[in-house]
Design a protein around this ligand. Structure first.
Ligand SMILES: [Zn+2]
Ligand SMILES: [Zn+2]
Length: 108
């Protein structure tokens, strides 16, 4: 129990949703997706899938357009300076491949 609490504390104010590791953040090529679908059941507080692959959005600052959130690419790179970012911050560590793709596409 103490370990679980400590793990939550390390991510700061953002609590990692239970299903965060089940959400698909990349396409079949390992490229980070621009937008991610929001779980409609979670919005109605009726989602009981621990392995739900849609975003469980608890941050009211994040902008939702047509039931999708826009991924914050700055946060993926660990460089988002916005105090109340309207883009979605992925709460889990991504596999290295999409990070490499972002890094290479950011440089000319
Ligand atoms: Zn869900
Ligand atoms: Zn951000």
């Amino acid at each position: 129990m103490w370990i679980a609490l400590a793990a939550l504390a390390t991510v700061g104010a953002q609590v990692v949703p239970q299903n965060a590791h089940c959400v698909v953040y990349t396409d079949s090529c390992g490229q980070l997706l621009d937008t991610l679908p929001v779980c409609q059941d979670f919005n109605r507080q009726v989602c009981n899938r621990p392995a739900c692959k849609f975003i469980h959005l608890s941050d009211g600052n994040v902008e939702v357009i047509e039931n999708r959130v826009t991924v914050c690419r700055d946060a993926v790179k660990g460089a988002c300076m916005r105090p109340q970012c309207k883009y979605y911050h992925i709460p889990v560590a991504l596999p290295p491949a999409p990070l490499m793709a972002i890094a290479s596409s950011a440089t000319p």
